[in-house]
Design a protein. Structure first.
Length: 702
């Protein structure tokens, strides 16, 4: 898995990261021109005591005379076996017994090396016994093996291909094996550097608009010392120059002129990657907003153990600003800054010494952060005391559009530091003139007046046009209003019908219970709707029985009702009867809310009440029952769109007689000259609701 090492954008300061590659050293060993005559076949380790570990090397033939050398940092014990091949599958084993951490095996140039990794250098012995070599780590006496092998505490880790390449390259030294360039899917330019035997640092930085990678001590083959022109790949990278510099390798990446990019450097195995990812305008603006913007004159500072007050004086002289330094600022500082803006240098100095600054015009005050906080707290307390002692003034503020009582409640509702009224302030409402009488200090009066000016503005208004239409079922089907409210809107019918989920929108579905459902639908083209309603009346398929209109404010309720009051006699306890009334109306309640994108959210509540059966009551008399249906929903429509509410049906039954005068009245045979038939007409009551946002200059025509 790759791990990001450094992230540098095209406008950020230089960043360097170091990455390390594990290598097994092959230093001080001589090569042999003869073919290997022996083979290392097994390596076993066993703990002979709490502090002593025995390692057994098993050879195919008689064990050769080993060469032994040590490295103190890190602690390593290396045994070279001349003229020996390596025939061990597991070439890296974790031991973690006593002072032994692990055993690594490597072969090359007709010899095999066994590297024992130690926690610290300790006593050791190396003895030959036939075809075995016994290595004792720790303890005072020669090791005595008590068992053939011991299972490692953790699973052995096989040596990787990267380690083999490092071992083979250790003789000729670290070097660059290859340099390649690829284009990423997101348009990023990726430079891939293949390395062999690198045991140093890779420093990545940005200088002069170029990204530079320095690899000290790494050899660059002559074949790779060249320039790659990658402009045709359409990435932020223009050219890549690889060159040998100061006993190492330098890779210079030149971006396309004017390109905004972000740099990522990371390592995966024996390969080092540098990516330049393009940034769009929004990403670049976001990064620039997150980072401090320094625009001061560039300066260079290099001091060892200099008084911090002297450094501040130097910065003030360069910036040509007035600076006041608190007496509590003291101590020395060591710094080296090269070609940085003076305001950035000042921030670095202040942060390193726990200081802060406050700037007023051309004067900068520098003091410890705690001192600045205490000073500001004291200033706030003094300001509060001044407010408490300031004289009170009375002022009458005329409210034009809002209700004075509502604004007064708002002024009194805030408390604490956010309160608009001080502890001594008072506000009184004059309902007759819709004014506020405020008794406050001068500063508080200005603050309250500013708040009222922002709140006392005209409320936008909405014209609610509604049309109540009675039409046959064919017209409603052609209009697109379904007879079923399933999955449309929430409504309730105490007498009969269905309870449905509220979604606010409508689709055409099959009839489920035509007698007890109310549906909603949205019609976008109001002009075509008006034509359809005109054709409805001209073709005698229905009629518009009412078209009420009402204007209401934003988020204010509007109510429209049409129906009858049913009279009935109600007996009193004295025996007298009084006439009472019950309403059976079609009611519409609308609460519009104007959205910022000039659309309208409507809370709709529709009721349809009809006269039911007459119920007899005790003591004589009867009371009519009321059948009710209601719908409650919320819809979002564009300005001028129409919401259609349907599903309310009226059934009309009538007998129609056709006859021939005189002949139809002849006894016995008159029935031959007349005909009687029963007609049933089922018509649907449709309610159209259209919200229109009124402009300031718009007036409602009569």
């Amino acid at each position: 898995m790759s791990r990001p090492i450094a992230r540098i954008s095209s406008h950020t300061r230089r960043v360097s990261r170091r990455w390390l590659v594990l290598a097994l050293l092959f230093a001080g060993a001589t090569t042999s021109a003869q073919a290997a005559t022996n083979t290392l076949t097994a390596v076993d380790a066993a703990a002979t005591s709490t502090s002593q570990v025995t390692i057994r090397l098993t050879m195919a033939e008689s064990a050769p005379i080993p060469s032994v050398f040590t490295v103190n940092e890190p602690a390593r014990l290396s045994i070279d076996l001349p003229d020996t091949e390596l025939d061990v599958q597991k070439r890296y084993q974790r031991i973690e017994e006593g002072a032994v951490q692990a055993i690594a095996l490597a072969a090359g140039e007709n010899r095999t090396r066994v590297v024992i990794e130690l926690t610290t250098m300790t006593d050791y012995t190396v003895n030959r016994d036939g075809n075995t070599i016994l290595i004792g780590i720790g303890g005072e006496a020669a090791p005595q093996v008590t068992r053939a092998s011991v299972r490692p505490q953790t699973a052995p880790q096989p040596i990787t291909e990267r380690d083999y390449q490092t071992q083979a390259a250790s003789i000729r030294g670290p070097q660059v094996r290859d340099i390649d360039f690829r284009r990423g899917e997101d348009g990023a330019g990726r430079i891939e550097i293949a390395l062999d035997g690198v045991n140093g640092a890779v420093d990545v930085s940005e200088r002069g608009g170029q990204v530079i990678a320095n690899m000290p001590g790494v050899t660059l083959p002559n074949a790779l010392e060249r320039r790659l022109d990658v402009l045709d790949f359409a990435t932020p990278v223009k050219t890549i120059d690889a060159m040998s510099r100061d006993g190492g390798t330098r890779i210079v990446i030149t971006p396309v002129s004017g390109a905004d990019f972000e740099q990522i450097a990371y390592q995966t195995g024996d390969r080092f990657y540098i990516e330049l990812q393009p940034l769009n305008a929004s990403e670049q603006a976001e990064r620039e907003a997150e980072e401090p913007q320094y625009t001061g004159q560039r300066i260079s500072l290099s001091f060892q153990n200099i008084d911090v007050r002297a450094v501040l004086q130097i910065v003030a002289d360069v910036a040509d600003v007035n600076m006041v330094v608190s007496d509590s600022v003291s101590g020395n500082i060591a710094l080296r800054l090269e070609d940085v803006p003076w305001d950035q240098a000042l921030d670095i100095i202040l942060q390193s010494k726990g200081l802060g600054m406050r700037r007023e015009n051309n004067v900068i005050t520098v003091a410890p952060l705690a001192e600045i906080a205490a000073r500001e707290q004291a200033e706030l307390a003094a300001q509060q005391a001044t407010t408490n002692l300031a004289p009170l003034r009375s002022e009458i503020i005329q409210i034009n559009y809002a209700r004075a009582g509502e604004l007064a409640a708002l002024l009194r509702s805030t408390t604490g530091e956010l309160s608009l009224l001080s502890e001594r302030g008072q506000v009184t409402v004059d309902e007759r003139t819709n004014s506020l009488l405020i008794n406050e200090t001068r500063d508080k009066l200005e603050e309250i007046r500013s708040v009222i000016n922002r709140l006392d503005i005209p409320v936008r208004q909405v014209l609610i046009e509604s049309r109540i239409v009675v039409a046959n079922r064919e017209f409603s089907r052609n209009l697109g209003v379904s007879s079923s409210a399933t999955d449309n809107a929430a409504f309730e019918s105490p007498t009969d019908g269905n309870y449905l989920a509220d979604t606010g929108y409508t689709v055409n579905l099959p009839v489920t219970n035509p007698a007890g459902t109310i549906t909603t639908s949205i019609v976008g083209d109001t002009f075509n709707l008006d034509l359809a309603l005109s054709a409805l009346e001209s073709e005698n398929r229905g009629e518009i029985i009412s078209a009420p209109r009402v204007i209401t404010g934003n988020a204010k309720e509007a109510k429209i009702e049409q129906g009858v009051e049913i009279p009935y006699l109600e007996a009193a306890s004295s025996g007298a009867a009084t006439v009472e009334f019950k309403e059976a109306v079609l009611g519409l309640t609308v609460t519009p809310q104007i959205t910022p994108d000039e659309r309208v959210i409507m809370d709709l509540f529709v009721t349809q009440d009809t006269q039911g059966d007459t119920i007899s009551v005790q003591g004589g008399g009867s009371v009519p029952s009321i059948n009710t249906r209601s719908l409650s929903t919320q819809v979002l429509v564009d300005n001028g769109d129409t919401v259609v509410l349907g599903g309310i049906y009226e059934q009309e039954n009538r007998d129609v007689a056709d006859r021939i005068p005189l002949l139809s009245e002849i006894p016995l045979v008159g029935s031959l000259f007349r005909r009687t038939q029963r007609q049933r007409d089922k018509r649907e009551l449709l309610l159209f609701v259209t919200p229109k946002i009124l402009r300031d200059q718009l007036k409602l025509d009569n």
